[in-house]
Design a protein around this ligand. Sequence first.
Ligand SMILES: CC(C)(COP(=O)(O)OP(=O)(O)OC[C@H]1O[C@@H](n2cnc3c(N)ncnc32)[C@H](O)[C@@H]1OP(=O)(O)O)[C@@H](O)C(=O)NCCC(=O)NCCS
Length: 290
Amino acid sequence: MTVEYVEVRDPGVLWKIMDVMKDAWGMSDYTEAVPPHMMWAVARNGGFLMAAVEDGEPVGFVMGFTGRDEEHGLYHYSHMVGVKRSHRGHGIALRLKLEQREWALRNGFSLIVWTYDPHQGLNARFNFGKLGVVDREFHPNYYGEMRDSINRGLPSDRFRVEWWITSPRVRERISGRDRAPSFDEVKDVALSVVETKDRGGWRAVRSVRLTTENDLVLLEFPGDINVVRDNDFEEALRWKMELRRAFTYYLRKGYIVVEHVPLVEETRRNFYLLWRTSLKPVLEGDYPWR
Ligand SMILES: CC(C)(COP(=O)(O)OP(=O)(O)OC[C@H]1O[C@@H](n2cnc3c(N)ncnc32)[C@H](O)[C@@H]1OP(=O)(O)O)[C@@H](O)C(=O)NCCC(=O)NCCS
């Protein structure tokens, strides 16, 4: 697979990027897609729009623009990264993010921010495990109702993650010198607070403990929320509501979501590792489980 990574300079390609969007998010039509004129406005006004192109056709893209808030001043906001289903698992999304990072560094940014659904294990693995983001913010129903097939019917709860692109944590992670901890590495130092039950191929949530007795906390979330939703919609909703309570509580108590920890047995299980600390040791890669 020969893929080129090119900043979009030709508006003619924007409809094809919309098709990638439609495919990646499973949209039934273009209602939830970003229209070409908006992508073009971003690309022409200090934003970043890059396509991954195979045989002249876009198969992935990343798009971001400048954001600003009280705490950070100016930062780069990455609104979307998507790869066609047929082209996943080849590191295309990772390469797009690394290109975006290089561009952001060249343009004077040290922070890239984006939101994602914390219930989506693949995104958790990608964001924390491969890129080294951290999360200090949780927003219930961030976008209101969404209609694409990934989001339909469930509240659009989101993490707003921070990718500190000049930090030792991120440098070590993207270079491959550092990796996410395994479940065995953290299970004895972190308190596991979510009780779950096997329902044959997927897990249901039983209870969540809200406690500050330990600085390191393991929060289980679905191995694949899409499978839970397809088997038992009410259970998917229960997961959303229980974790909404948990994320709200722990982030307010000063915990930072620092890792995604996978546990692959007969079925896949996913955990977030939370650490009650300040941002500095996290960004320096000074982890207590080492
Ligand atoms: C997110 C996305 C861009 C990643 O694309 P990609 O290049 O195919 O990603 P990869 O296949 O290289 O990586 C996926 C990883 O998640 C893992 N994974 C897959 N399903 C998982 C799950 N349910 N739980 C945990 N990890 C999972 C895979 O094992 C793989 O890890 P590995 O490389 O260590 O084996 C792509 O899936 C996409 O376009 N999704 C729809 C749009 C979207 O969600 N965009 C991102 C918003 S932040």
